[in-house]
Design a protein around this ligand. Structure first.
Ligand code: ADP
Length: 477
C-alpha cells in the first residue's frame, strides 16, 4: 500500500518588519524568529514583507517570482515579488516591491503610509491569487496587515483565497492605523455592503477590521490580552464582543540570536558558569566607553522614547535616583523618539555627567553590549504588550526592574515573592525610584546578585512552547 505523505501546513506571515531585514521594535524580532521555530515543528512558515532600501536587502540575492500590476484610483503600480534565493533566515523570505510606494529607506513615518500599507496587502493577495498559491493560513501581524482578513473574504478579485484561515496578532493595540473613509478609494474592489467591517466610529480602522474579520486573534501575552478587554484605545467593546476568538500567547526570544555565549556583538562572551567574570568585563568595557565608574551599579534603559514606554519619566527618574542616592549608581540610556525627551536628557547629561550617560539612535550592536554589561534594566512602561527587553536582559544575567503591566506581569515576578526581578505597580517616577533603591540593596549583597544572575540566565523564554500554541490555533476548527 502506498503511504500518503502528509503535506506540511503552509503559513504566510505578513508583516512590515522582520529581523534582520528591517527592525524598528519587537514586531521585527517576533516575525524574524517565530517562523524558524515553526519550521522545526513541521510547519512550512514563510515571511512576506515590503521591500526596503536597507543593507540586508542589498546584500542578498533574489529571484523575481511575480511581476504584475495593481490599480489604486487613477494610478497603476508595478508589483514585483522577490524571493531571497538561499533561505538564509531558515525560511522563505518574500519582499514586495512597488516602485514609488514600497521602495523606501524606512519602515514608518511617510505621509502616504496608509496608501503604502493598503498597497502592500493588495499586492500580496493579488500575487497569491494570480499565481494560484493557496496557503493554509495567512498570519497578519498588527494593523499594517489588518485589512487582509477583510480583503480575503470580501474582495471579488481574491475569490481564489476565500476561506483561507486568517490569524491576527496584536503586537501593539496603541497603533490602529485609522484613516479617513476617503482612503477606501485606495482599496481593491470590495463588496460595498460589507463596509461595516471596515468602520469603527466613522473611520476605517484596520485593527478593528482585523479583529472583526479574522478567524482567531491573539495578543502577545495573556496579561496584555486581559488588559485589552478593559482598555484598548476605544476597541475594548469590540474585543469583548469577539472574546471567543481572543487568545493570549506570550512571545518567545530567539535564543540563537540572543546568546551571551556566542553573541558576536559582546566585548566578551560568557555563560552561566563564567557569568560573573564575563559580565564584569562587559561592564568595564561599557563604562569605559561612556566614562562611567564601573564600581557602581549600572542601570540601563533601552527603547523607544514614547509615552507607552514611560520614557517621559526618564529625566525625573535619572535626576531623582542620582541625587537621592548621592550618586551611588550609574544610569545609561539608549533610545530615540520624542525630541523633547531627547533634549531634556541631553541637558541632564551635562548636569550629571559623572553618573549618567546616553546614546541617541537605534543601535542594535550597542543594545547587546548593554544587556550584557548592565546590572539592572529599567522598564517603567505604562503599556507593555509583551516586552522583549526584560527577557533579553535575563538571558544576559541582567536583573529587570519593571512596572507591573502587560507581558511584564507574565515574565517578571518580584524577588520578594519568590521571583527574579523587581516590579512595582503604579506608573510614575516615585515608584520607579523606589524600586531602583531596592535594587541598590540587592546590589549590596554580592552573593544574592550572583545567585539571581545564574537563576535568570537559566530561565526558559524560548519560542518552543509559544510556536506550538500558534500552530494549535492554526489547526483549530
Ligand atoms: P517595542 O514596543 O518597541 O516593540 P519590545 O520590547 O517588544 O518593544 O521590543 C523592543 C526591541 O527593540 C528590543 O529588541 C530592543 O532591544 C530593541 N530596541 C529598542 N530601542 C532600541 C535602540 N535604540 N537601539 C537598539 N535596539 C533597540
Amino acid at each position: 500500500m502506498i503511504k500518503k505523505i502528509k503535506k506540511p501546513m503552509i503559513v504566510f506571515h505578513l508583516s512590515v518588519e522582520c529581523f534582520p531585514v528591517a527592525k524598528v521594535g519587537g514586531l521585527a524580532d517576533v516575525v524574524g524568529a517565530l517562523p524558524k521555530y515553526q519550521k522545526k515543528l513541521g510547519v512550512d512558515a514563510k515571511v512576506v514583507m515590503p521591500w526596503y532600501n536597507k543593507p540586508f536587502v542589498q546584500e542578498h540575492e533574489y529571484e523575481v517570482v511575480f511581476d504584475g500590476f495593481i490599480h489604486q484610483i487613477h494610478h497603476t503600480f508595478q508589483v514585483l515579488v522577490l524571493k531571497e534565493k538561499h533561505d538564509v533566515l531558515g525560511y522563505e523570505l518574500y519582499l514586495v516591491k512597488i516602485p514609488g510606494l514600497l521602495d523606501r529607506d524606512q519602515v514608518y513615518g511617510y505621509f502616504d503610509e496608509s496608501q503604502q500599507f493598503i498597497a502592500f496587502q493588495h499586492a500580496v493577495l493579488h500575487w497569491l491569487s494570480s499565481m494560484k498559491i493557496r496557503p493554509d493560513v495567512l498570519h497578519c501581524h498588527d494593523y499594517h496587515t489588518g485589512l487582509v482578513p477583510f480583503m480575503v473574504e470580501h474582495c471579488p478579485d481574491f475569490e481564489f483565497l476565500k476561506g483561507v484561515k486568517t490569524i491576527g496578532t496584536i503586537h501593539n493595540g496603541e497603533y490602529q492605523g485609522t484613516m479617513d473613509w476617503q482612503m477606501s478609494n485606495y482599496m481593491p474592489r470590495f463588496d460595498a455592503w460589507k463596509w461595516g467591517f471596515l468602520d469603527w466610529n466613522g473611520r476605517i480602522n484596520p485593527l478593528a477590521t482585523m479583529i472583526k474579520c479574522c478567524n482567531e486573534f491573539t495578543a502577545v501575552s495573556q496579561g496584555y490580552m486581559t488588559e485589552l478587554f478593559e482598555e484598548a484605545q476605544g476597541l475594548q467593546d469590540l474585543i469583548k464582543q469577539e472574546h471567543q476568538k481572543a487568545h493570549g500567547i506570550i512571545n518567545g526570544i530567539d535564543t540563537e540570536v540572543w546568546d551571551p555565549q556566542t553573541d558576536k556583538m559582546l566585548f566578551e562572551n560568557y555563560n552561566i558558569k563564567t557569568a560573573n567574570k564575563g559580565k564584569k568585563a562587559n561592564k568595564e568595557f561599557l563604562c569605559n566607553e561612556f566614562h562611567l565608574n564601573p564600581d557602581l551599579p549600572l542601570y540601563a534603559f533601552i527603547g523607544r522614547f514614547a509615552g507607552e514606554k514611560g520614557a517621559d519619566m526618564l529625566p525625573d527618574i535619572v535626576r531623582r535616583s542620582i541625587t537621592e542616592t548621592q550618586g551611588a549608581l550609574n544610569i545609561l540610556i539608549l533610545g530615540s523618539g520624542n525630541p523633547q525627551i531627547e533634549n531634556t536628557l541631553k541637558q541632564l547629561r551635562e548636569e550629571f555627567y559623572v553618573n549618567f550617560a546616553m546614546d541617541l539612535g537605534y543601535k542594535e550592536d550597542l543594545s547587546h553590549k548593554i544587556y550584557a554589561g548592565a546590572d539592572f534594566l529599567l522598564m517603567p512602561s505604562r503599556v507593555e504588550p509583551c516586552g522583549l527587553n526584560q527577557m533579553y536582559a535575563m538571558r544576559y544575567g541582567t536583573i529587570p526592574i519593571v512596572r507591573y503591566t502587560g507581558g511584564l506581569k507574565d515574565t517578571v515576578a518580584d524577588v520578594s515573592s519568590g521571583g527574579y526581578g523587581l516590579n512595582y505597580t503604579f506608573p510614575g517616577s516615585d515608584d520607579a525610584v523606589h524600586a531602583i533603591k531596592r535594587a541598590l540593596y540587592l546590589y549590596g549583597s554580592k552573593k544574592e546578585m550572583n545567585n539571581l544572575r545564574k537563576i535568570i540566565m537559566n530561565l526558559d523564554f524560548s519560542w518552543e512552547k509559544s510556536a506550538k500554541n500558534y500552530i494549535t490555533l492554526y489547526k483549530k476548527k
